[in-house]
Design a protein around this ligand. Structure first.
Ligand code: GAP
Length: 464
């Protein structure tokens, strides 16, 4: 892509997502609903494939991590114990002219001034005061703001609240999925025959009252996390922390992300629970930004829940006779951010004039549709029947699409835009010699394959 094309790559991805049924803005027919998105037919396939790849890597290819699916609603005491009720906030400022509410760290960052949402209120206000003349409201251009104030991100709900007084009976939609893991740690320990070191993995929705919604699905108020908490002996943190950093880095390479588009970012200002924290950043069209956090959380979580619940959450090691509160190494990834990274990586424009095409070069493992099956002509029943028979056989193994609409060139272009790695065409020769044409998305090279060999051919290509 030329530089000019790179500049508006994000707009092009957003447009493709809508046009081709990957992502729709929420509640569109009612003028939309800020910072929430819906997944369309191909988006849900891509997201499921991402989640499956993560789930398999965590719980199937290892024997030391088990799965969990805890509820979104939990006792509000959990959020007190975890520190979220007091400490889970971003710095908020208001433009005195147009009254836009803005995230102060993002405003500073946009003006090229380093700031971090994890800084204290005083720290960030000091930087803000020193740089006031450089900061403009993105909505009206004014330079007059209220001082930064920490704004709590937990989303409240009225579940089980019958007085209507939220300060007396608060309930929350979970702000991160891992709290459900900590409070079930003892249940898993007692039921799943696991021994420290072991992990619990969970995929699920989380909710945050994000102040500013930006960059499409990168920062939303409802999103999905893929989190794994690894419970370890206190003196083994460095070993497991480094191992998990390496494992998580490799995961993204296996999904087809180029190493040059990934980098580590070390957190200097740590959130309240962390002992050490690194982010894996991806080079999105708007620059390198957090894709996943790998955190050493020490014994903070289990100690807090032990203290607040009155339950003993320590672990007894039968071989050494030691009793300790396990420390935790956490890996925490966002489904939406991985989705956007995969699309950014895959989005390609090629050729010119009539030969121009947009193609999503997504790894076959993640592609929403693996094989598109076409009869060459719609009005030739014998071609349609043969193509349908092949579709009926292959759909039992892979997500396939049958398409007999329009000319073949148009059908190829459509499949290119949704990232289908293989298109299979049944033509007149197929009726004579039981073979079909397979066209490769990336090289556009076509080869002839016997129908009886299709399953082994695709197994090799899609599942390698
Ligand atoms: N349990 C630790 C935790 O939640 P985090 O850094 O706040 O840590 C982890 O979030 C991951 O969740 C991020 O790296 C990102 O992928 C995803 N995430 C967080 N907030 C998000 C949001 N508002 N929209 C989309 N994804 C988000």
């Amino acid at each position: 892509m030329t530089n000019k094309n790179q500049d508006n790559k994000m707009e092009k991805i957003v447009s493709l997502c809508k046009r081709r049924g990957f992502v729709f803005p929420s509640s569109e027919i009612y003028d939309g609903f800020s910072a929430v998105y819906d997944l369309g037919p191909y988006g849900v396939e891509l997201a499921n494939n991402i989640k499956n790849a993560w789930w398999r890597a965590m719980t199937q290819f290892r024997d030391d991590v088990v799965g969990l699916d805890s509820a979104i609603f939990m006792s509000p005491k959990i959020w007190e114990a975890s520190g979220h009720v007091k400490g889970f906030s971003d710095p908020l400022t208001e433009c005195k002219k147009c009254h836009s509410r803005l995230r102060l760290d993002s405003l500073l960052e946009d003006a090229g001034i380093f700031a971090d949402e994890k800084m204290s209120e005083d720290e960030i206000n000091e930087i803000f005061d020193k740089n006031k003349d450089k900061i403009k409201c993105p909505n009206c251009g004014a330079k007059d703001f209220t001082p930064g104030k920490k704004f709590n991100l937990l989303v409240q709900s009225n579940l089980g609240n019958f007085t209507g007084d939220w300060s007396k009976e608060p309930t929350y939609l979970r702000g991160e999925t891992c709290q459900g893991i900590y409070v079930n740690y003892k249940n898993v320990l007692d039921s799943a025959r696991v021994k420290v070191p072991f992990g619990i993995a969970q995929i699920g929705k989380a909710f945050r009252n994000e102040i500013t919604a930006r960059q499409f699905i990168f920062r939303t108020r409802e999103f999905e996390q893929m989190e794994m908490q690894y419970f370890i002996k206190p003196d083994t943190q460095e070993k497991y922390y480094n191992e998990w950093k390496e494992t998580r880095w490799k995961f993204y390479l296996d999904l087809g992300i180029k190493e040059k588009n990934l980098k580590w970012h070390k957190h200097e200002n740590l959130v309240f629970y962390a002992k050490e924290a690194y982010d894996i950043e991806y080079n999105y069209p708007f620059g390198f930004k957090e894709l996943e956090g790998v955190h050493a959380r020490g014994d903070y979580d289990l100690s807090q829940h032990s203290k607040h619940s009155g339950q003993d959450l320590s672990y007894f090691d039968v071989t050494s006779g030691e009793k300790f509160v396990p420390h935790i190494v956490e890996t925490s990834a966002g489904v939406g951010r991985t989705f956007l990274a995969i699309l950014s990586e895959a989005y390609t424009e090629e050729g010119e004039g009539d030969g121009a095409r947009i193609v999503l070069k997504i790894s076959p493992k993640l592609a929403p549709i693996k094989i598109a099956i076409f009869p060459l002509l719609k009005n030739k029943p014998e071609l349609v029947k043969k193509a349908k028979d092949i579709f009926d056989e292959l759909k039992l193994i892979w997500k396939c699409e049958f398409d007999d609409n329009g000319n073949i060139g148009k059908r190829y272009r459509r499949q290119d835009e949704i990232g289908t790695p293989y298109c299979l065409t049944v033509d007149f020769d197929s009726l004579e010699n039981e073979s079909v044409t397979i066209r490769d998305r990336d090289t556009m090279v076509q080869e002839r394959i016997d129908i009886k060999n299709l399953v082994s051919y695709f197994k090799d290509k899609i599942e390698k």
